[in-house]
Design a protein around this ligand. Sequence first.
Ligand code: ATP
Ligand code: ATP
Ligand code: MG
Ligand code: MG
Ligand code: MG
Ligand code: MG
Ligand code: MG
Length: 242
Amino acid sequence: MANSKYEYVRKFETNNYILPEAWFVVRLDGQGFTKFTTAHGFQKPNDLRALNLMNECAKQILLKVADITVAYGQSDEYSKIVSVISSQFAAFYTFYWSTYFPDTKLLFPPAFDARAVVYPTDNHLRDYLSWRQADCHINNLYNTCFWELVKSGVSNKEAEKILCKTVSSEKNELLHSKFNINYNNIEEIFKKGTVMFHKTVYYNITTPEGESAKRVKKSVEILNCDIIRNKFWSENDFLLSE
Ligand code: ATP
Ligand code: ATP
Ligand code: MG
Ligand code: MG
Ligand code: MG
Ligand code: MG
Ligand code: MG
């Protein structure tokens, strides 16, 4: 019924519009993944299957998000976009689970929280991404040391105690002297995480009529490189200029 006395609750649905000309970042984070990863026997500190699964979901979202941008434009309500992305991510995670973990039964449904942040300038966006990549490196160095210590027979508590007062150079030294690991040689995906973006490639073809024509190919570029330094941003300058 369109005009019932209950109709007024509709007015409680407010539309919040994205700030135009600004970057809109949605950060997803697995909820209770400490428990989820333990329950599903993830390799510690880095289970590559799980990272590949996360990347698959992100790639699928990327393919969808190009769609969302077109469908909602720059002035849609941000709460809706956040809910769309987080629910789709969780759906993809479940959908692709058995591809990446063929021998592990999914024991309970994974969930992801999502928050939206608006950054007004390119520099804010770069600082945001630098912050996340620095966080990835710091956590990975710590976790690599932690799990090497634990695998060598040290208790979790003792490992925490050994590491709590060490700086980066001491962690590198510990890995080198005690476990013969050169941190530099660890997989880039573990140290740097993954960056993905749409890439448009233009190329020429010859038509059946013998004429030359331009064609466009869209793909998702997936890299495990440094995104803090300028190099990445000058090599992919279209990212910030679009
Ligand atoms: P919250 O709900 O507050 O986010 P959380 O348990 O998910 O809680 P996080 O700080 O997000 O806490 O930490 C993620 C957890 O998932 C860590 O324990 C991390 O070691 C684990 N984890 C995430 N990805 C992997 C992976 N690819 N391989 C192994 N462990 C992983
Ligand atoms: P929540 O439980 O609200 O999800 P969280 O502990 O999961 O919070 P996030 O806000 O999701 O934290 O941020 C994720 C990362 O950011 C974590 O790795 C944490 O180390 C870092 N972080 C969070 N808040 C701060 C802060 N105020 N200063 C520096 N780093 C922070
Ligand atoms: Mg997390
Ligand atoms: Mg969280
Ligand atoms: Mg957290
Ligand atoms: Mg989490
Ligand atoms: Mg609906």
